[in-house]
Design a protein around this ligand. Structure first.
Ligand code: CDP
Ligand code: CDP
Length: 218
């Protein structure tokens, strides 16, 4: 049996997880948020008081980590870290940890394993280029920096967090720079990916556009 692989990549705030999640529900297939895996590892590094630039210790943690993912939750060493991995502290540090090639190799192996026996919608930065290079559908989601910053700002305000718009915008820009300029599997559009600029577009419209793209390809 052939499994369907849908790869969704793009910068922070482009709408990847919201759209990938809805798409997976519509198609009744598994959603895998690869960013949550890099975040969970970062959470553990911070919790263990390891300097985020201490490559050797981070690789050691990565090689011994017990990471479990269900449809809606992620666990590290049995602890449900689904909420904690969204903290500003994790967000600020994650792109440094995601630069380490050994960290990526380990997490990519896990991601590829998930997609072996399941149809998946997987979102991240290197899914179409590196994790699932043969995915049937590749989408590169993007939106203007101001729209992406506003989306993230509104999300945090709704959660009751005290945040400043300019700080959020700068933090997104800094992360995008690290993610696009790193040596190993940087954030990049795959040659065969379709670009969808979601600036000014509602979530449901973007989902419909992708459903249409899938229908045209099958
Ligand atoms: O949701 P948001 O765009 O804030 O980020 P995320 O998808 O949770 O990813 C957090 C970070 O993990 C990114 O900024 C990247 O540094 C890293 N990441 C990665 O390097 N490769 C992936 N496939 C997914 C995430
Ligand atoms: O995963 P990524 O960082 O790419 O973005 P996200 O976490 O899915 O989306 C960030 C926020 O923007 C969420 O609150 C979404 O509901 C919102 N969003 C939106 O308003 N319009 C879109 N077309 C996509 C996302």
């Amino acid at each position: 049996m052939k499994y369907l692989q849908i790869a969704i990549d793009g910068p922070a705030g482009a709408g990847k997880s919201t759209i990938a999640q809805k798409l997976a529900k519509r198609l009744n297939i598994t959603y895998i948020d690869t960013g949550s895996m890099y975040r969970a590892l970062t959470y553990k590094v911070i919790k263990e008081n390891i300097n985020i630039h201490n490559k050797e210790q981070i690789i050691n943690i990565t090689n011994n980590v017990d990471m479990t993912i269900s449809q809606d939750n992620i666990f590290i060493d049995g602890e449900d870290v689904t909420r904690n991995i969204r903290s500003q502290e994790v967000t600020k540090s994650v792109s440094y940890i995601a630069q380490i090639p050994e960290v990526r190799e380990c997490l990519v192996r896990l991601q590829q394993k998930f997609a072996t026996n399941n149809s998946v919608v997987m979102d991240g930065r290197d899914i179409g280029t590196h994790v699932l290079p043969n995915a049937a559908i590749k989408i590169f989601l993007t939106a203007s920096i101001d729209e992406r910053a506003h989306r993230r700002y509104n999300e945090l305000i709704q959660k009751g967090e005290a945040v400043v718009y300019e700080d959020i915008k700068e933090s997104i820009k800094a992360r995008d720079k690290l993610d696009t300029e790193r040596q190993h599997a940087p954030l990049k559009k795959a040659k065969d990916a379709i670009i969808l600029d979601t600036t000014g577009l509602d979530v449901d419209i973007v989902v419909e556009k992708i459903i249409y793209i899938i229908s045209q390809k099958s």
